[in-house]
Design a protein around this ligand. Structure first.
Ligand SMILES: [Zn+2]
Length: 432
């Protein structure tokens, strides 16, 4: 069964359910922006040597360094909501990164990032010779002092306003650079691994039921319309709901109570602000061991244009921009399910209301606010961007809204039909 409601209304009813009736999952909508999240688990009897609490701490440090390396996002454990559903036999945690003004494009993109950093981890831990420079340095510098620095790293983020960040793993690293920084000042891969010893990082791998070595984090949770268990919910027939972990260091800005923890635990609960940075990731380079990342083949589906969840709005913008240039189109869209905002990056359309003419090389963006039924233009030109230019708001035509269709045909039962289709679709992809 699927419920659709605002978070407030859902919480009002959910909170009143007895503990054994809380069996709910969040659906992470396909194509919607999301927080960085992880599902960490292993069987305790199969891994008597593993110390889950220490592994979580190390894992968070590792991920934070990669966020700095790939996106220059600085964060630490205080940004990470840590939920615990462990039993005597199974260690189980959910980590939800609550980063200020930073979000991932969607959970599939996020999955590429996670695969990338886990692949790097695997290669690093497997390499037994000291042929690579990073490896040698690691054994010299991987001290707990370095790790502490990471934990206490500042969380201030200075983002370019409302932009989509494209990152591939083709770092412009200078291998001779001892500072572990790229020319653009980003942390390098070696810079990440310099904080750890191989022995430390090897603890992030565990044995599965079949005695195979596997990653501590579940890589299967980044699929379309993924179901992710809610705070305080348990699996049917089980007695271990997700609760705040004893080691959690995240504190909501407002007071800490079940409701604020719940709101911060929701993966798709991301609000669009003009400062929001949208991270996307597609690595296409071979790493130094010559392995091609498995995600390479998926890169294509991120590029180019496919319909947004609101094809009528897509159609309107295409028609609108083609009045000026018949080759105009949508290069890319980002959907914020919270607040119903879509950000469109255009191609071959450069008319900017700030300069009242077309830019020579920079394309413009449109932000569509479906709740307010308006759109406005933003700009990728460095000058326009520097003062965070936003055009005045223009009304969206009524024809792009679903209600227009229903008014047209009173027999059309669009809502139920759409919901049933969506539910069917999700059932197919529903996880255990
Ligand atoms: Zn401009």
């Amino acid at each position: 069964m699927y419920l659709v409601s605002s978070y407030e209304v859902f919480w009002f009813y959910y909170n009143q359910l007895s503990d054994d009736k809380k069996l709910h999952y969040e659906i992470i909508p396909e194509g919607a922006v999301c927080k960085l999240y992880f599902d960490l688990e292993y069987s305790i009897p199969d891994n008597p040597e593993s110390c889950g609490v220490r592994m979580v701490d190390l894992f968070i440090q590792y991920v934070c360094l990669w966020l700095e390396a790939e996106f220059r996002v600085k964060c630490n454990r205080k940004n990470v909501l840590d939920l615990d559903a462990s039993t005597e036999r199974k260690f189980s945690r959910h980590l939800i990164f609550n980063l200020s003004h930073v979000t991932f494009q969607d959970n599939v993109t996020l999955g590429y990032f996670v695969h990338h950093i886990m692949e790097k981890l695997s290669v690093f831990c497997e390499s037994t010779n000291s042929s690579s420079k990073g490896t040698e340095q690691t054994s010299d510098t991987g001290t707990s002092t370095d790790s502490d620095k990471v934990t206490n790293a500042a969380m201030k983020i200075s983002p370019p306003a409302g932009t989509v960040e494209e990152v591939s793993s083709s770092d412009t690293e200078d291998p001779k650079d001892k500072s572990h920084k790229t020319r653009e000042g980003k942390l390098t891969t070696d810079g990440v691994f310099a904080h750890f010893t191989r022995k430390q990082l090897s603890t992030l791998f565990v044995q599965n039921k079949h005695g195979e070595k596997t990653a501590f984090c579940d890589m299967g949770v980044y699929t379309k319309n993924r179901n992710f268990r809610l705070y305080l919910s348990r699996k049917y027939g089980k007695k271990n709901p997700l609760r705040l972990a004893a080691e959690n260091e995240f504190e909501p800005h407002s007071s800490r109570n079940d409701k604020t923890i719940f709101m911060h635990s929701l993966i798709s609960n991301v609000k669009f602000t003009p400062k929001t940075r949208i991270l996307k990731f597609h690595g296409t380079q071979k790493n130094r061991h010559g392995r091609l990342f498995s995600k390479t083949s998926s890169t294509a589906c991120l590029e180019g244009y496919k319909a947004s969840p609101y094809p009528e709005v897509d159609g309107f913008l295409i028609e609108h921009t083609r009045k000026l240039d018949s080759s105009a189109g949508i290069r890319h869209w980002t959907y914020f399910s919270q607040g119903e905002v879509i950000v469109y990056e255009m191609v071959n359309y450069r008319y900017c209301h700030n300069v009242q003419r077309s830019h020579k090389s920079n394309n413009v963006m449109f932000v569509v606010d479906l709740k307010k039924k308006v759109y406005y233009q933003k700009c990728l030109d460095p000058v326009c961007r520097s003062h965070n230019f936003k055009s005045s708001e223009f009304p969206l035509p009524e024809s792009v809204f679903p209600s227009y269709l229903w008014e047209d045909d009173p027999m059309f039962d669009g809502e139920d039909e759409d919901l049933c289709c969506a539910a069917d679709e999700m059932e197919k992809t529903m996880a255990v």
